[in-house]
Write a protein that binds this ligand. Sequence first.
Ligand code: SAH
Length: 241
Amino acid sequence: MWRATVLTLYPELFPGPLNASILGRGAADGHWTLDTVNIRDFSDNKYGSVDDTPAGGGAGLVMRADILAAAIDSAPRNDRPILCLSPRGKPLTQARARSLSQGPGLIALCGRFEGIDERIFEARGVEEVSIGDFVLAGGEIAAMALIEACVRLIPGVLGSASSLGEESFEDGLLEYPQYTRPREFEGRAIPDVLLSGDHKKIAEWRQKMAEEITRTRRPDLFEGFSSNGPIRRDNNKEPKR
Ligand code: SAH
C-alpha cells in the first residue's frame, strides 16, 4: 500500500483535507495510508524545543539537524524518498507526482520558522521540493498538496482512468473548457460543436482550445509543445519528446 509519513510540529493538521472526498475513500479502500511523526517528541529538553538561533546571527529560529535526524530515523524507510517541503526546492510537477504515485510512497518533512539546519539534507539524503514561488508559514499545506497530487494518481483512487489522461499537463497542454447543463446560463450558450454529437469535430475543437489556452496563458508550456509536437509520456518518466 502507498504510504505517506509526515514529519511535522503540527500532526493535528493531518489528515485534514486529505481525508475528504475521493482521497478519503481511497484510504478507506486500502489504496493508501497516512501517518504522522511529531517532531517535538524528539526534543532533548524539558521545554520540548526543536529549534535554536541561527549560527552567524540574524532573525528567527532554525530547526535542529540532530532532532530532525532522530524524527526521520523513527519512520520506517521502505525505500521511500525523504522530501523536505521548501521554497528552495525543485518545483513539483505533474510528472514528478505521477512517478511518486508509482513508488512505495514518501516521507515528507515540514519546516517551520526560518527553516532547517542545512546539514540534515546530506546526512539523511533529503531532497527539497517546492510547490511554487511563494513563501508559506510552514511545510504542512505544501505536504498536503504534494500528497494529494500523488494519491489521486494511484490506480483505483480516481474512478475513471480516462479522465486522468486528458487533464491539464498530461499531454503538455492545459485543459480545454468544460460545460454542463443548463444549455443556456444567463444568456451564455454552450458552444454548438459540443452539442453536435460529432465526436471527431468535438475532439478537434477541444485540441484547438487547449492549444489556444496554453499559448495565451502559459507561453512557457506552449513553447515546449509547439516546437516539438505533443509531449509523449512514458508512464513513470519525465515527459519525453
Ligand atoms: N526562510 C525560508 C522560508 C521559511 S518558510 C526561506 O526563505 O527559504 C517555513 C517553512 O514553510 C519552510 O521550511 C518550508 O517547509 C515551508 N514552505 C514555505 N514555502 C514553501 C513552498 N513554496 N513550497 C514548499 N514548502 C514551503
